[in-house]
Design a protein around this ligand. Structure first.
Ligand SMILES: [Zn+2]
Length: 688
């Protein structure tokens, strides 16, 4: 790539995708923010002038819809969430240099200015397009006010995005078979005049931009098909009240599409930072107008906005293009998607209330996989990583070596740093810098853990406790104190609070947050007190307790909201993990030994005393069967009679919970999705 390595002479801007002011944060949401915070801290440690900015995304239809449900104004609704986010991030040591929101004056003004520039440069035109309209509600249906079918992949899609299918951005009028989410009725398409941004004119530019773009490979590759295919112009106005008014004289009720003003907040937030600290500390105009290195850190569901629409807008209005886009994978909980409506989540507040230090989850999220890979969270895995790596490797090395140094020498013994350890620390600094330049927060974290691992091996190999006081013993301990100091410096991005504690334990001056990587090799303080233990083990009983809490909460929520499961599927970020295919093939004759029949459920009742089991009476044509199935909690039993199912008719009889079971009903997955027939095959028909 054409960019020079970090640190550069240019001001850098690191941004995190704006959280949408619409709900509570769970630890899955934190991945992007923790990643962004680690990345910007690591850049600063390398000596890069850096502003780390973000803000809340206040506009758009989901806020308007939910505010209406609560009977408050969209502004009130969004501000409430904004304030919660603003308070929550620092509790996880995510410390933005500026955190604004898209509805504030800075962003409103800058957005209007940018749109006026787009117009002046000839990039905006007016066109009549079909807009979904709800005649009963007498209302236009922008974005999330309409649902229907994606014209590209045929999946169910919501408003402006195909969130369950191909992930495409959908333009107004594109969604097929539109249905109003206000009344649930079929919507009409009516012609209406809207403003368009000529993205198509920038097609060639965007192709070149993608060649230069750094970051994660998903962000570099995924937009290719959009940019190399037929690039459509982009409708930038919407028929609603909530949003930033389209600038100009005769604009009645058009506001700007939320995806116009949202990314502009990256610039606005940087501008606010400059206004606070002064242009001599950080100059937003230099960063965004001249030669800034801009790194966007986002979730992978918004790659298209950051690699097509946003750079097109920047290019058309004379701003600097992004240098890199890092798009994170999703996060699952015990192998399944987080579901806020099912309360199947570990909430950010909850994590803190359980008394866990932010460093633990930061470390977990940063190092569990590559940034673009999906990461699974479970309390078991969390315990294992904390106990093995943070307690067993990092904490163990620091405590044993610093305690020994304190007891034997009341601090750092008088000796020069050995060549071997100097080389090893320099290697860790190189790995750290390589992590930054490879856009890998995992590597930034792992570089430090490997250094601590080396420290453990080093002290074990030299066994200073067996040595008489002398040059060799002093040398070994001096080396270990230096490694400890290097850990403090290099671990600051991942575990800022813990690094500061270690820095204080080492009796170092000032704060570790202000030092660069070179401080890892500066001579340590001559004296220090007994060290603290940085990390505590998580006990197995704690994990059991936390899992029980999660399970009972999910069950309680399921009871409360049993009837409404419809919008839940779309919320699961990732489907259940699939089992690998079986290696062994079977012959056709073996398959034919299974007697599969179409059945019709005649009756279904729960088995008393059994949590999961239901007794079904199934008509399989030649006879009626009594079959026990583990579906009691997963289906509404009253709804089952009349349903067609597939039955394994020649399965051995069994007794379950004292009830005879004569056959098996086929079902898919943990939710026991019952298999049925597509047409009207009669009960008893052989399935083959
Ligand atoms: Zn689609």
């Amino acid at each position: 790539m054409s960019h020079e390595d970090f640190p550069t002479e240019n001001p850098a801007v690191v941004t995190c995708g704006l959280p949408y002011a619409n709900g509570d944060l769970h630890i899955g949401h934190l991945r992007t923010y923790v990643g962004g915070d680690i990345y910007s801290r690591a850049l600063k440690r390398l000596g890069q002038e850096t502003a780390f900015v973000s803000g809340s995304d206040m506009h758009g239809t989901p806020v308007a819809v939910n505010a209406e449900k609560e009977g408050v104004t969209p502004e009130e609704f969004a501000l409430r969430h904004h304030e919660t986010y603003q308070e929550t991030f620092p509790k996880f040591d995510v410390e933005f240099d500026n955190y604004g929101h898209t509805h504030d004056e800075t962003n409103t003004e800058l957005t209007k200015e940018i749109v006026r520039t787009l117009e002046a440069e000839g990039y905006v035109y007016e066109k009549e397009i079909p807009i979904a309209y709800d005649p009963d509600a007498d209302q236009w249906l922008p974005d999330r006010y309409v649902e229907g079918t994606c014209p590209y992949c045929g999946e169910h899609a919501r408003g402006d995005e195909c969130d369950e299918g191909c992930g495409r951005h959908l333009e107004p009028g594109e969604i097929e078979a539109p249905v109003s989410t206000i009344t649930g009725n079929a919507a009409e398409y009516r012609d209406r005049s809207h403003r368009f941004f000529r993205v198509s004119e920038l097609q060639e530019y965007l192709g070149e931009f993608l060649d230069r773009l750094e970051g994660t490979s998903n962000a570099q590759n995924q937009p290719r098909e959009w940019v190399e295919g037929e690039l459509q112009d982009w409708c930038i106005t919407r028929d609603m009240d909530w949003g930033i008014d389209y600038p100009g004289e005769n604009e009645d009720d058009l506001v700007l599409y939320v995806w116009v003003d949202a990314p502009i907040e990256y610039i606005s937030s940087t501008k606010q930072y400059t206004e606070r600290v002064g242009a001599d500390v950080f100059d937003w105009e230099e960063a965004w107008r001249e030669d800034g290195d801009v790194v966007h850190i986002i979730g992978r569901d918004i790659i298209q906005h950051h690699t097509v629409f946003w750079p097109a807008m920047l290019r058309a209005t004379g701003y600097v293009e992004p240098r890199a886009v890092m798009a994170s994978g999703f996060i699952t909980l015990n192998g399944k998607g987080f579901s806020t409506s099912r309360n199947r989540a570990v909430w950010a507040d909850e994590y803190l209330e359980e008394g866990f230090d932010p460093a633990l989850i930061r470390y977990y999220l940063a190092t569990n996989g590559g940034f673009q890979q999906d990461v699974d969270f479970s309390w078991e895995k969390f315990r294992d990583r904390v106990n093995n790596e943070l307690v067993g490797t990092v904490g163990n090395f620091l405590y044993r070596s610093l305690l020994f140094a304190h007891r034997e020498y009341e601090g750092t013994p008088d000796a020069d740093l050995s060549e071997e350890v100097r080389d090893r620390i320099e290697g860790a600094i190189d790995d750290f810098a390589a992590g930054v330049n490879d856009y890998s927060v995992r590597e930034v974290g792992n570089a430090v853990v490997r250094l601590a691992q080396f420290g453990n091996e080093y002290i074990q190999q030299h066994e200073p406790w067996k040595l008489d006081d002398g040059a060799e013993k002093r040398q070994v301990i001096r080396d270990c104190v230096q490694i400890a100091k290097a850990v403090a410096v290099l671990f600051e991005p991942v575990a800022p609070g813990k690094a500061e504690l270690l820095w204080d334990d080492l009796n170092e001056d000032g704060t570790v947050h202000d030092v660069g990587v070179a401080a890892a090799l500066d001579a340590p303080a001559a004296s220090f007190d007994e060290p603290s233990e940085l990390f505590d083990k998580i006990a197995d009983e704690r994990v059991e307790e936390l899992n029980e809490k999660l399970e009972s909460r999910v069950a309680a929520t399921a009871e409360e909201t049993e009837s409404d499961e419809s919008d839940d599927e779309s919320e699961a970020d990732v489907t259940d993990e699939l089992e690998p295919l079986l290696e062994d093939r079977i012959g056709f004759e073996e398959f034919q030994e299974l007697d599969l029949r179409v059945g019709e459920i005649l009756d279904a009742e729960g088995i008393e005393g059994a949590d999961k089991l239901a007794k079904l009476t199934v008509d399989i044509g030649v006879e009626e069967r009594q079959i026990v199935a583990g579906i009691k909690q997963l289906h509404d039993l009253e709804d089952l009679p009349g349903k067609k199912v597939v039955v394994v008719a020649n399965l051995e009889q069994a007794e379950l919970f004292g009830v005879e079971s004569n056959g098996m009903v086929l079902a898919a997955g943990e939710q026991a999705d019952l298999l049925t027939t597509h047409d009207d095959a009669e009960p008893g028909t052989r399935v083959k």
